[in-house]
Design a binder for this molecule. Structure first.
Ligand code: PLP
Length: 410
């Protein structure tokens, strides 16, 4: 925090300082949150934010975009490199976030009221995959599939729904699915009903980039991703699309649903993709999965039921029904101890506000360099608080000590 900011707006500077302190001394198990490096923060706070550059490279609606063009080109090239893509793929890096990225795909490929098909929110899909409260469900005719009762994707069921409704787009990719996704099966079903297959890899993009999770690119027509989850970059998103869709997607992004791109974000995407190619990033992705497995195994030892009994990824879904506590109450109790875990629906739920599960993940703690030993300690605290009703404020002191040993970079 600069002295100047404190002088101009001491109230705001104080609140930012408090939020940074909160981050430093809490264990963040929210699987969609990461710890963007200081250099990414530096680029986000750069004067690139001052520039308007509606349009694309070499065809802007404003002058003065010589360097912005080069920065956007760098981001696009790196996006393709990180995921090993050749000439048959194009990329748009102007998306402000994941929800507009998904909307741009629907607007680019569908007409209003056309059918899109994604996983229901209660089974682990995202709001932007056609939920009725989202524009994706208000403008398009949304049909949903569920996970099987064992928590795994049920491809017979998915095929049945696809054949019944013949959607224009079938969406794979989820917010709360703990297992590897078989993108080939989605592709095969999509081809049978002449649908596009869109894979939303927002949660797992970093794992895919590091080769820790199977890549969807061979089996998808469009791939969307946020940049701020496992990819550990700015709050922004990318759309990859097959070359034959050129025109449709870019036009849907601008002028369809967005105005000028946020050039600071585009540049921060370029930087985070460079970092994603390093050995250090790949090692962190591997550790994220090892940590998730360790946390899952330890939670199971304490009698917690996990959907699919475990995880292959960065997150797990804990079914709390046998612990006689709701996801919302567990979230509140753990927050008092400085352990952030978000409540999450499991397949029997129909009310997202106070569902029966929680969704711990290991992204942030792994970027903090915690390992399996710390995961076992965290599981022990979760069990102490939820099962043994240990006073969370007592646990809080121990949490602060652990956080001090694994400092944040800022
Ligand atoms: C699978 C998936 N897609 C899209 C999004 C939307 O991202 P954003 O919050 O950036 O709009 C999320 C957010 O959590 C997500 O989990």
């Amino acid at each position: 925090m600069t002295k100047k900011l404190k002088k101009i707006d001491s109230r705001l500077a104080g609140l930012i300082k408090k939020e940074i302190e909160r981050q430093k001394f809490t264990i963040d198990l929210i699987p969609s949150e990461a710890i963007a490096p200081n250099e990414v923060l530096e680029v986000l706070g750069s004067p690139l934010i001052n520039k308007y550059s509606e349009g694309g490279i070499g065809r802007r609606y404003y002058p003065g975009n010589k360097y912005i063009d080069k920065i956007e080109d760098l981001a696009k090239k790196r996006a393709k490199e990180v995921f090993g893509l050749g000439k048959n793929w194009e990329v748009n890096v102007q998306l402000l976030s994941g929800t507009p990225a998904n909307l741009a795909v629907y607007f680019g490929l569908c007409n209003p009221r056309d059918k899109i098909m994604g996983m229901s929110l209660f089974s682990g899909g995202h709001l932007s995959h056609g939920h009725p409260v989202s524009l994706s469900g208000k403008i398009f005719n949304s049909v949903t599939y569920n996970s099987g009762e064992d928590g795994y994707l049920d491809f017979d069921h998915i095929e049945k729904i696809a054949k019944k409704y013949k959607p224009k787009i079938i969406i794979s990719g989820f917010s709360a699915y703990p297992r590897k996704v078989n993108f080939r099966k989605f592709y095969q079903i999509a081809k049978k009903v002449n649908a596009y297959h869109m894979a939303d890899i927002s949660h797992i993009a970093g794992l895919v980039a590091a080769g820790v999770h199977p890549s969807p690119f061979r089996y998808a027509d469009i791939v969307t991703t946020t940049c701020h989850k496992t990819l550990n970059g700015p709050r922004a998103a990318i759309i990859f699309y097959r070359k034959e869709l050129t025109g449709k997607i870019d036009k849907a992004v601008f002028p369809g649903i967005q105005g000028g791109p946020h050039n600071n974000k585009v540049a921060a995407i370029a930087l985070s993709l460079k970092i994603a190619k390093t050995a250090a990033f790949k090692n962190t992705m591997k550790q994220i999965v090892r940590n998730a497995r360790a946390l899952a195994e330890e939670l199971r030892k304490y009698g917690f039921n996990l959907i699919t009994n475990g995880t292959d990824t960065h997150l797990m879904l804990v079914d709390l029904r046998n612990k006689n506590i709701s996801g919302g109450d567990a979230e509140k109790m753990l927050e008092k101890a400085g352990i952030l875990v978000n409540r999450n629906s499991i397949f029997i739920d129909r009310k997202p506000y106070n569902p029966s599960g929680i969704r711990p993940g290991t992204v942030s703690v792994s970027f903090r360099k915690m390992k399996e030993k710390e995961m076992r300690k965290i599981a022990n605290w979760i069990a102490d608080i939820i099962d043994k009703k240990r006073n969370p404020t007592e646990v809080r002191k121990e949490v602060v000590e652990l956080c001090k040993k694994f400092p944040l970079p800022y």
